[in-house]
Each structure stands twice: as structure tokens, then as C-alpha cells.
Design a protein around this ligand. Sequence first.
Ligand code: MN
Length: 365
Amino acid sequence: MSLYGIENLPYGVFSRPRGERRLGVRLGSSVVDLSPLGGLLAAPTLNPLLAAGRAQWTAARAAITEFVSRGADRIPLSDVTLHLPFEVADYTDFYSSEHHARNVSAILRPEAPDLPPAWRHLPIGYHGRSSTVVVSGTPILRPHGQLGDGEFGPCRRLDVEAEVGFVVGVPGRRIATTGFEEHVFGITLVNDWSARDIQAWEYRPLGPFLAKSFATSVSPWVVPLAALASREHQPQDPPPLPYLQPPGPAFDLRLSIDWNDTRVSSPPFASMYWTAAQQLAHLTSNGADVRTGDLFASGTVSGPERDQVGSFLELTWNGAEPVKLSDGSLRGFLADGDKVTISGTAIGAAGVEIGLGEVTGTILA
Ligand code: MN
């Protein structure tokens, strides 16, 4: 079975050599051009469909499924260039894996290794930089910055964060957790590249700034929520405040991280403490609005085991326990020329395993 069969049909934007951008859906190792369907599907980006709302999302998916079933033309992925699938409005990043938060506390704040006091009361996050969200495959230039007192230069502790991104379709404010599926169109894989030495020096008290804003990579594919199976979320202790209840759907996504072709970790999204519906409710609870094309990411996905963590900070315990890659080399953090690929699968709404695409990037000096 293909991970990209008719049960999945993630959306992307592609172009052929000298051609214009078109909306498409992935089918196997091909893309199907949606422009013959006209209307919202003839746009060169997903944003008009995102803005149109859930009834239109359902209608579009039905029309595409029929179009593909009738034998629409397939273009091999090797013949196209994939682009950012939507114009990113604002970008917010959360911190909702308890295993990740505890590991980071233990590594960066050994004198106070517990969770931050508010962690179990609200989904902690920060506002990222949408102008540097780039599509998978875009090379990542090693950032420069202050690495400590009196030192400026290239980052020496360049890291990844394997995350799941949620793409907002319909604008809104004070969105209840029960409104999640009316406002959020789908998911995409995210790599929140992180400069740990810059971060450790700058982050107190206002959180990450230049350690994160240089680049964030996303998969070229947006998997609609309609393609995903969901389940009830696990109980939370203490019970969240009423505006964060009910928790909304949980998704059993399985991520994988490959470092230069060595699989180093397989983070389980099912282990996340806060749901995406709670993140969106919290993000808009003060009256701030979200817009079409807003992207909010889950936070680094880390499970309880060392081979389930979503960052190299955790995998190598801040470089103190390097990992051996398949070519025999040892790594603490990213070297120039290193390539990282995050991929993922899920159980789809139709009960079969589906692919979530992949997000890859290579480090340049
Ligand atoms: Mn992050």
C-alpha cells in the first residue's frame, strides 16, 4: 500500500520547468494538477481554499477524490519543483511535550530541573518569524550570533526540532477548543532549526529570539485534517481551566529523524501533553486574532525514551554523549554539509497508514 493513496491526497504547490505555480495533490510518487477543476483549486497557492471554510474543504476533497479516481494525469515528482504550499501569515511555536520540557530543564537549568511553574496550566509558546519559514530542501545557512560574553561568530551548537505544524484556514479570535476543526485546515511537518549556544545566552527572560528566527523548514505537503484519524486526549492533571476544555482531538502521528541517512530517533506525537485545539484556544484567548495562513507548531515532539526525542540537544545530552552515524562519524550537533530529514506517518481516517511527507534541509557554512 502506498502511503500516498487516495485516502490521503495531501495538498502542495508545484511548478514544471519554466511553468507557473499550480495547486496539486500527491498521489504515490506523482502529483496531480488540480487546475482543471477550476475555482479555488486553480489558484497558485492554498490560501484561497484555506479561507473558504470547512464546507468548501469537504467539497474540494470530494471533487479531487473523484477527479483522481477517474484517472487524472500524474506528473512524476522528479519532474517538478515543490514550493511553499501556502503563504505563511503569522508563525507561533509551542512547547507542549512534557518529556522535551523536562529534558530541556535538566540540560539548561540543572539547578532548577523542574517544569516551569505555568507549564501544566497553559500551553507555553513564543511568536516566531514567518518571513523565514522555508520549504523543505531549502539550504540552511549556519547562523551567526552572540555565543556568550564578548563572542560573536558562527553557531557551534546547531540543532533541529521535530514538530507538527497546524495550518489555520478560517480567521478568528477567542476560538473555543470545539471550534478547532472549523478553523484549522490541516497539518505539515516542521523543523524548527535552533542555535543552542545563541539560545542559552539570550533566552532569559523573554524566550527564544535570534536562536530560532533564522530559519524554520516545512514540508511541501499539507495533510488535511479530514484525512487523519483522531481519538480522545488523555486526562490532564490539574484539570485545565474551562477555556481549555474539552481538550479536542488527539492524533497518533509517528515522526522519524534521519541524520545523514542514519535514523536516530522516532518521536511519538501521541505523547504530547497539550492538544492543538488547546494551543489555538490559548493563542486567541486574549482577543488576538489568527489569520488565513497562520502556522502554529506543536513544540518539539519527544517521547520518554532517548531514541524518541525530537532534538539533538536531548539526543546527545547537549553534546556530552555524541551519536555514531552509519559512516562511523560522531556527532554532538550539526556539522556543515549535514542533512536532516524529518518524516512522518499517521493512521488515516480510512483506517490505513498514510504519509505526512518529509521536511529536509542541509547545513551550509
Ligand atoms: Mn520549537
